[in-house]
Write a protein that binds this ligand. Structure first.
Ligand code: SF4
Length: 358
């Protein structure tokens, strides 16, 4: 174990990529970066991370911001639940710990949205604690290094990988060590065609010794993405620079907390679907008869085919979850990439046009 640690740390000191969150040991900044990096590529995260910390440099700044402002800084990163949980977690840090992220592991893990991985990342990187972390990259490296032949995602694999990570982390610079494991997985021990010839752990790697690198880790069974057909309505009021659109604050977990268009599953496959979406939203408007186009949107486990309808002269009562927004102000509120795509598609069409494809 000691030899593996030393080899990996020496390699990391030479090969580590210069990433903005590696310039700090501020637990709040590490927390933000780790939440953003879940399910999202490093290159995508960098500008979001920099913008987010420029707007909310301390836990107190984030805690005091309203949810729309926070979500607008997340717009485009996806998985918006992460942002809401981060916001809730940071608010708790301000309320309970005077704005200081707790050093105590139990207290950290009790914060909203902070699981074992995030708590370990903050603990080891910011506070120098010997706490393990396991993500997809670490799982792959350890499954190969220790020739773990059980399926990724199973409880037996998860238990074993966390145990191996916990055995490896004690010693000098636990934060750097954890980052080194992740870095090795991201840049050398990659899912396809890993660079074993230049790997610092090649001498200790059991998968490599047994010629099983391509077989490990054993992937989880893939679920085919579900297909959903939807109707969305872009219901506006006014024209030109005064044009406004009705948006609803979504209750669905997928886009929870974000503002989106009235949308409904397609049943009848004519404009009655769109009428139902407007009725459910409490909006009265003059609707185009046919869809003005169709748009495909793919999420990790869902393939959405959305028919876009246009409605003008739209009226409704404003409420907590239903508001009229100036088109020009949409950049400053939390809307999903899907909503932006639908609006761009619909508003580039002339109102009342039919049969075209945005
Ligand atoms: S030797 Fe190859 S398979 Fe083993 S840890 Fe290194 S890159 Fe991964």
């Amino acid at each position: 174990m000691i030899a593996i640690r030393q080899k990996l740390l020496s390699w990391y000191d030479e090969a580590a990529r210069d990433l903005p969150w590696r310039q700090t040991r501020d637990p709040y900044a590490i927390w933000v970066s780790e939440v953003m990096l879940q399910q999202t590529r490093v290159e995508t995260v960098i500008p979001y991370y920099e913008r987010f910390l420029a707007s909310f440099p301390t836990p107190r700044d984030l805690a005091e911001a309203d949810e729309d402002t926070v979500l607008s800084h997340w717009s485009g990163l996806g998985y918006y639940r992460r942002a809401r949980l981060l916001h809730a977690g940071v608010r708790e840090v301000v309320a309970k710990y005077d704005g200081e992220v707790p050093e105590d592991a139990e207290a950290r893990r009790a914060l909203p949205g902070v699981g074992r991985y995030t708590a370990g990342a903050i603990g080891s990187i910011a506070f120098g604690k010997e706490e393990p972390i396991v993500d997809g990259n670490v799982t792959r490296v350890l499954a190969r290094l220790f020739r773990i032949g059980t399926q990724v995602g199973s409880s037996v694999t998860s238990k074993r990988v966390w145990e191996e990570a916990a055995r490896l982390v004690p010693g000098a610079r636990p934060g750097a060590f954890n980052q080194a494991l992740m870095e090795l997985g991201a840049t050398v021990c990659t899912p396809k065609q890993p660079s074993c010839e230049s790997c610092p752990l090649a001498d200790y790697c059991e998968a490599c010794a047994h010629g099983e690198v391509d077989e490990l880790p054993v992937p989880r069974a893939k679920k085919a993405p579900s297909q959903v057909k939807l109707a969305a309505v872009v219901a506006t009021q006014g024209r030109g620079s005064e044009q406004r659109v009705w948006l609803l604050r979504s209750e669905q977990s997928l886009f929870a907390g974000l503002w989106g268009l009235p949308m409904i599953s397609r049943n009848a496959f004519d404009s009655s679907d769109a009428r139902s979406a407007l009725r459910d939203a409490g909006i009265s408007a003059s609707l185009t008869r046919e869809s003005i186009g169709q748009l495909d949107h793919v999420l990790t486990h869902r393939r959405m085919q959305i028919d876009v309808f246009r409605a003008t002269g739209a009226k409704a009562e404003t409420s907590e979850t239903r508001r009229l927004f100036l088109i020009d102000e949409l950049g400053s509120i939390g809307v999903s990439t899907l909503t932006k795509k639908l609006l761009a598609a619909a508003l580039s069409q002339r109102s009342g046009a039919s049969g075209s494809r945005p």
